[in-house]
Design a protein around this ligand. Sequence first.
Ligand code: ADP
Ligand code: MG
Length: 601
Amino acid sequence: MSHVVGIDLGTTHSLVAALDGAGRPTLLPNRLGQRLTPSVVGLDSEGRLHVGESARTQLLVHPERTVAEVKRRMGRDLPVTLGDRRYSPTEISALILKALREDAERALGGTVTEAVVTVPAYFSDAQRQATKDAGELAGLKVERLLNEPTAAALAYGVNHLDAEQYVLVYDLGGGTFDVSVLEMFQGVLDVKASAGNNQLGGSDFDQLLAAWFAAQFEREHGVSLVGNLAAQVRLKAAAEAAKIALSSVESTPVIVPFLAPGRGGAPASLEVEVTRARFEGLVTDLVRSTLEPMEGALRDAKLSRKAIAEVVLVGGSSRVPLVRRLVAEYFGREPREGVNPDEAVALGAALQAGLKTGAVSPARGIMLTDVCPFTLGVEVQASAGRERVGGVFSPLIPRNTTVPVSRTETFATTADGQRAVEIRVFQGEARLVRDNILLDEYLVEGVPPAKAGAEKVAVTFTYDINGILNVTTRVASTGKEAVLVVDKRSQRLSPERRNEARERLAREWGEAPVASAPGLASASASASAPGLASASASATRDSDADALLTAATERIATAPAAVRPRLESLCAALREARAKGDRVTAARLDAELTDLLFDLG
Ligand code: ADP
Ligand code: MG
């Protein structure tokens, strides 16, 4: 029997759920019997592939052949290093999805060929396309991409079908923050507005606490840890552990033995006591910054905070007591208990999968609508008196429009004899395109030459329920559907590239189960890496490495002044590490540089 599952493909953890015989969503255990599978991929010393817990345990000791938090890189063309090979973020996600699929098949005792996969509501078009491609590489038809807060609301709503109320879902995870406002009415779950921040989560809390640890170490031992990447990695791990402890205790000791050489050269350790109050002082501004998207979502939904009947907290970072306190203060009421913040998203995805297959009948009374959380439009020239000013953003689909939606606008040529029109597609809320995100650019050819303004091109945006945008154009005078010839930005894999990637993954990892624990790796997987695969990988490796350095070097000129020195020194250090053949350092610098570029947008 073939099953459809719901997958929460998280930054830190992933979960799979399916409907049980009675139509109730249930989490599926992985092969280790756990519900949460770390979203980590690694190679062991023999070149065997690990996904999940066993990969996570080697993250600290072998960062050069372990990849974590790949979700933060989705939709970007920056390769990820795994040992001496390089993969796209899509391929790494595919390896995670493949392991999840195989574990689900084991738990269900049948095949799994389709899935509903969740994404942050704020994921851009490229990030969504990449997620879909990853599913397909993993042998899963992605039946639907579902926004994470919407999935959580569905999991909550299914138990409150008779209520008529407004619900706010506050989802603070490892690397993203999403908020959605929904109306529930006779089983219809209507998303009114979504907002969020793709660059805010528990990992930022860890960073701040780690920086405080480093300052304590320097004060005690007189040695700065700046530039000591090995020490930074260990501090961040210690910070996360302390942060989690402080969710249940008021104070916790932190000991990191032999962290770095002290003043005299002998190894020195970090030994501090950190209190919850201290931690809260460090992260208070970050936590407060979640209030702004929350107000924005309420404003867009045209609701006051008093109108919200229930606040549903999801995401691991919503366990931080300060987060609960601030949200409770804001609404003047305690948030809803009884929704498991780790599980709600996956359970909602399984329900959506059930709605799709008919296992959950609409007769049980659930219907779901969603919105596009950001404005989509094109660049146009505007006339200011006699002058024409370029770079103006012309919205086609305003944010928080219910999806699916299709909108058409007609634009005129701006020059005499113009034969082609450039269409640049942007996402964002700013009036000028340079402050928004460029999604794609196309060249529309075949425009009959005429006087400026005489020819018109109709541009149609179609935004589907998966949050994926399709752009078509039509030249008015000829009626020709124009051909979009340039597609510079699209991260979507072409059919050929998808086949190549699929073949490569099959060649390297085979159809054999991906190992979840060291002992389980199959012989074929360990024998899979010989000459062929690694030779082709090393042929591309240098140019991939160049791609990162080129991208970073180009970005130096336009980066904010405050970040420029760090960007420059990272580029220099990475070049040097590569020249020296120091792969461990190069891998760490590579990851740091990729993150920095990601944060710069
Ligand atoms: P994602 O969906 O982004 O993978 P999760 O919802 O799994 O994220 O949340 C992961 C984040 O939650 C991590 O930053 C982790 O440190 C944090 N976290 C998990 N448990 C706790 C806890 N008890 N207290 C504070 N933070 C926690
Ligand atoms: Mg999550």
